[in-house]
Design a protein. Structure first.
Lengths: 138, 148
């Protein structure tokens, strides 16, 4: 795949992935596919009664975007560990860029591993999800 | 509320199968058209031999696997629940047709004083094991609940 252990350096950026603009229909589709029935992501009236301006993306949908970015970089089956904090809400209409930066490279249990910081950000650079991942890199 | 005696308690295990059509629907909903997820014929020819579960698919696997008794024992304010963090640890790839046994476990619990009262933090783990008893993945969900 794109990442090569011998060529990677701490501080290197992963190839980013742009998603969106996000549509409310995508939240409905994800809710069905993930069996997440929370109407706060699919019913504007319910979301407004709960104090939000509209429906918003499932945190797990955004984490799925980050997962897509990680697999595009490291190859399928090579995401060893993956953790995020749902720091801010992601709204419909937003275009989200998934980014990652190498923080450590090492060998463990005979595997060549790379740790990365990952996050999603809006067009204005505001972070939404923040986290980290460990990738197996050949 | 944060009853720390619950840490380590396990729920009733349940069995879940990775279904190729469910993986494809999940990946499509993310907008991820990787042939390993959405094209069974292409996936069959890959080194995985079948449709592969994407990194966040355990959230779908676990949606129906939770033990309600374990969840209710946490005695949280369910109306205020927030999904604060999510982690997946993968020990090996998981493909369509495989069955795993999923066991829920209270990984950790603590409380914190917020501006508007007490917040309870709970880490719920789901451990998926294959037929040989080997762990395939561990999913950790951190929930925050505002105490009533």
């Amino acid at each position: 795949m794109a990442l090569r252990f011998d060529q990677l350096k701490v501080g290197d950026s992963l190839e980013p992935l742009v998603k969106g603009p996000l549509e409310k229909s995508q939240f409905v589709a994800y809710g069905q596919a993930a069996m997440d029935a929370n109407p706060i992501h699919t019913d504007d009236e319910f979301a407004q009664q709960s104090g939000y301006k509209s429906v918003f993306a499932q945190g797990m949908l955004s984490m799925g975007f980050l997962g897509q970015m990680l697999v595009a970089n490291a190859g399928a089956g090579n995401v060893r560990r993956f953790k995020v904090r749902f720091t801010k809400i992601t709204w419909p209409g937003e275009t989200i860029t998934c980014r990652g930066t190498v923080t450590r490279k090492y060998e463990e249990h005979g595997l060549k591993l790379v740790d990365c910081d990952v996050h999603t950000e809006t067009e204005t650079g505001e972070h939404r999800l923040e986290g980290s991942a460990t990738l197996i890199v050949g | 509320m944060a009853n720390r005696e619950l840490i380590g308690r396990e729920g009733k295990p349940s069995t879940a199968e990775v279904v190729a059509e469910e993986v494809a629907a999940f990946a499509r909903a993310i907008g991820d058209l990787n042939p390993l997820y959405v094209d069974a014929a292409a996936a069959a020819k890959s080194r995985f031999g079948a449709v592969l579960a994407p990194p966040t698919f355990p959230i779908r696997m676990g949606a129906a696997a939770g033990d309600p008794d374990l969840f209710l024992a946490l005695d949280l304010n369910f109306a205020s629940l927030l999904h604060a963090e999510q982690e997946f640890e993968w020990l090996r790839p998981l493909v369509a047709g495989e069955k795993v046994t999923i066991t829920g476990r209270v990984g950790d619990m603590w409380e914190k004083q917020g501006k508007s009262g007490t917040l309870d933090f709970v880490v719920l783990e789901q451990i998926a094991r294959d037929g040989k008893g080997d762990t395939v993945y561990v999913a950790r969900t951190t929930l925050i609940s505002r105490r009533m």
